[in-house]
Design a protein around this ligand. Sequence first.
Ligand SMILES: [Fe+2]
Ligand SMILES: [Fe+2]
Length: 283
Amino acid sequence: MSDTRQSARFVAPEEIGELARKAVSRAETRQWSIDELSWAALRPEELTETDRSVVRFITFIEDHIPGYLTYFLDALPVSGTDLAIEEICFNREYFRFLISWANDEERHAAVLTRYQIEAGMSSPEVLTRELAEEGRKKFALPYENPVQAFTYTLVQEKATQLFYQRFKAVANEPVLRDLLHRLARDEARHFAFYSELVGAYIKRHGLAATVPDLKDVLSTFRMPLADTLNGYWRWSLKIMDATSYDHTEAYEALVRLVRDFATSRGNASAIDLAEFVHRIRGM
Ligand SMILES: [Fe+2]
Ligand SMILES: [Fe+2]
């Protein structure tokens, strides 16, 4: 790997370290616990069939956290004497955010699992095995460059945030509404970190060098588990219909981010990305 290619893969460890510290500190101030929810106020009779179906769907997605975490630990290794020290430094600083993020996502999985049990939708015996059956399918992303994995996650965090907000707007059950509000807030926080991180790449390497990687991610984008979860496509179409949700809305967040960096020199790349997204979304 040439030096130029190597440098385009990373930003300075101090920089990602600073972003990670900020994000972890935001996570600590906004921490919440599963026991805080008013479980006694749960009214399963308020749940429609669609609500139940969506809750089951998002439990699968959130509960894949062991798989997501494994992917990132493999993609950005923190050990190995063959790696350049700069790369190890970068990966170790990212790791500090990663475990805090994984802790949030694990809480999402646990709260949704508890919700299914409390609402009488499933039993621990059935659910544990059902989730493991999906959870053991390997999660992978087809990207070479870390900035692409970060961009993928940026879009995915924004998409889940928007989806939880949309679902909350049509759901009536009070505990579910509270839960969705908390999930959406956490996803917004995760989006903020990835947005700052992709921003740091743009600042360091410029729009012209970064936008091709971003386009590559958008042109192949699929929500997590789209290729592995049993019945994913039919299920997700029904859900999109019931909540008037479309994950490509999240692409606009990337267009806005890039636009914020557009100077006269990088403006052509920003316009190019905006047009690219509008073409994908129009399809
Ligand atoms: Fe989540
Ligand atoms: Fe998230």
